[in-house]
Design a protein around this ligand. Structure first.
Ligand code: L3W
Ligand code: SF4
Length: 441
């Protein structure tokens, strides 16, 4: 059974409220951190090996150590709660059921970074959660854990919740900052990174909800103990939101030593595939990461079992591997049609492209149109090659990673499931009434 750090108290009734959270050890890590120096807190986070839980897996302690500290210039912590990646809903779970875990993590992190004003930027569709967060902020303030002179230390912190308006691109950290400043959420060119020039041109750390919540157990048990959980550079625990063709969709905390097979078939997690269907493929890290067929999902190219961690999922690079990404684990059974699935994703990225760069603005729409044609049985063989060519021209040629995120699912689908694309071209009548999965298994 995986060790629980973040969700260990999630089952307790009323844990959403300060009194219950506190009764179960809440804010003890914050009390401990506020007695440490900021350098000592930073060292614990570095030693823990924590990697960003939003998608990129960038080492959190390293990001914090990049924060510029010019004299007299305020700095900020911004929590990225714009969880919009299809298949990803673990941050929603944390904010809805454990809001004080996030607030406590923000208190420790803001103290470490020297931020006196920190923000939570939350996606517009999570319309009921800002009230939960604001209530928790008020409770923490009333108990002396936010506001002026916290616990008599002389440290002040205010936290504000800002609602987004429902644009996926605002989850990209620089688009988020633009939106937080009151402008249209268009990504900025990096460098400069937010750690140097972020919110209102001030040094800013932008971290995912889960990354900041993880700072609480890191301080609680110490960075070195945290680093012992997991394996290699995949330390600590990771929240996975599992969905698709599985018996038990939900949010699971895993310790990154379990295999993909165990995660899908064990009753502790997904509980297998309904109706005894076969596994066709999986997208383990949210819709942006490459789809992997069952044979490569259960084993790596070296024949080793594939584990639920950053390194093992990426084994073989983009040619055969995938990414841990945001931990949005989407399972496809044998009845699913990869062409239809890829078309749905292409429509999403086309709709969410901000339109600043030509390869993304034009390419995402072009890919969607071609996929729609193939899916309806109106495509030609050349269209498959054209699709391949377009995604190649998008990847690496755009301002922000949305371009790559739109290209990778198409590339992986063609690489691993070209036969399904060809079936659509060769069977125009059949694919008007049936999908590939149903027709071929
Ligand atoms: C200072 C340097 N800071 C890097 C910072 C950078 C950022 C972090 C990671 O994209 C991915 C994307 C999605 N000095 C720095 C530095 N940093 N070098 O480190 O940066 P980067 O560029 O590797 O990634 P990113 O631009 O943050 C994120 C993928 O995540 N994704 C996520 C989708 C959406 C969600 C969601 O809804 N929650 O996560 C899924 O896979 O495709 O590849 O902070 O500033 N020299
Ligand atoms: Fe906008 Fe797409 Fe360019 Fe990102 S890659 S800046 S979403 S057009």
């Amino acid at each position: 059974m995986s060790k629980k750090l973040l969700l260990k108290n999630a089952h307790i009734e009323g844990i959403r409220y300060f009194e219950t959270y506190r009764k179960h050890g809440g804010y003890e890590a914050a009390e401990k951190a506020l007695k440490m120096t900021t350098d000592e807190v930073l060292e614990e986070v570095k030693v823990s090996g924590l990697r960003g839980r939003g998608g990129a897996g960038f080492p959190t302690g390293m990001k914090w150590s990049f924060l510029a500290k010019p004299e007299g210039v305020p700095r900020h912590l911004v929590v990225n709660a714009d969880e919009s990646e299809p298949g990803t809903f673990k941050d929603r779970y944390l904010m809805e059921f454990l809001p004080h875990l996030l607030i406590e993590g923000m208190l420790i992190s803001s103290y470490c970074l020297g931020s006196n004003t920190s923000y939570i930027y939350i996606r517009g569709e999570y319309s009921w959660i800002p009230d939960i967060l604001e209530e928790a902020i008020e409770e923490a303030k009333a108990a002396g854990f936010l506001g002026k002179n916290i616990l008599g230390t002389g440290y002040d912190l205010e936290i504000y919740v800002q609602r987004g308006a429902g644009a996926y691109i605002c989850g990209e950290e620089t688009a988020l900052l633009e939106s937080l400043e009151g402008r249209r959420g268009n990504p900025r060119l990096k460098p400069p990174f937010p750690a140097v020039k972020g919110l209102w041109e001030r040094p800013t750390v932008v971290n995912n909800v889960e990354s900041i919540a993880a700072v609480v157990p890191i301080i609680e048990i110490g960075g070195a103990e945290y680093a012992k959980i997991g394996i290699g550079r995949s330390t600590g625990t990771k929240l996975i939101s599992a969905c698709g063709n599985i018996n038990k969709p939900g949010v699971y905390e895993i310790d990154m030593t379990i295999t993909v097979e165990e995660f899908i078939y064990s009753d502790e997690y997904c509980g297998g595939i309904p109706n005894g269907k076969k596994l066709k493929a999986c997208i383990p890290g949210g819709s942006s990461v490459p789809i992997v067929p069952a044979n490569l999902l259960l084993k790596t190219i070296n024949g080793e079992p594939r584990y639920m961690n950053y390194e093992s999922l990426a084994d073989g690079g983009f040619a055969t591997g995938t990414m841990m990404g945001s931990g949005g684990f989407i399972v496809l059974d044998e009845d699913q049609c990869v062409v239809n699935h890829t078309m749905t994703l292409a429509r999403f990225y086309n709709h969410e492209s901000c339109g600043q760069c030509t390869p993304c603005r034009e390419g995402t729409g072009w890919m969607y149109k071609i996929l729609k044609k193939i899916e309806k049985g109106e495509g030609k063989m050349e269209d498959i090659d054209l699709l391949w060519d377009i995604q190649r021209k998008i990847e690496g040629n755009t301002i922000c990673p949305l371009g790559d995120a739109a290209a990778w699912p198409v590339a992986a689908a063609i690489r691993h499931f070209r036969d399904e694309f060809e079936w659509h071209v060769n069977n125009p009548e059949l694919c008007q009434t049936q999908n590939y999965g149903i027709a071929n298994y």
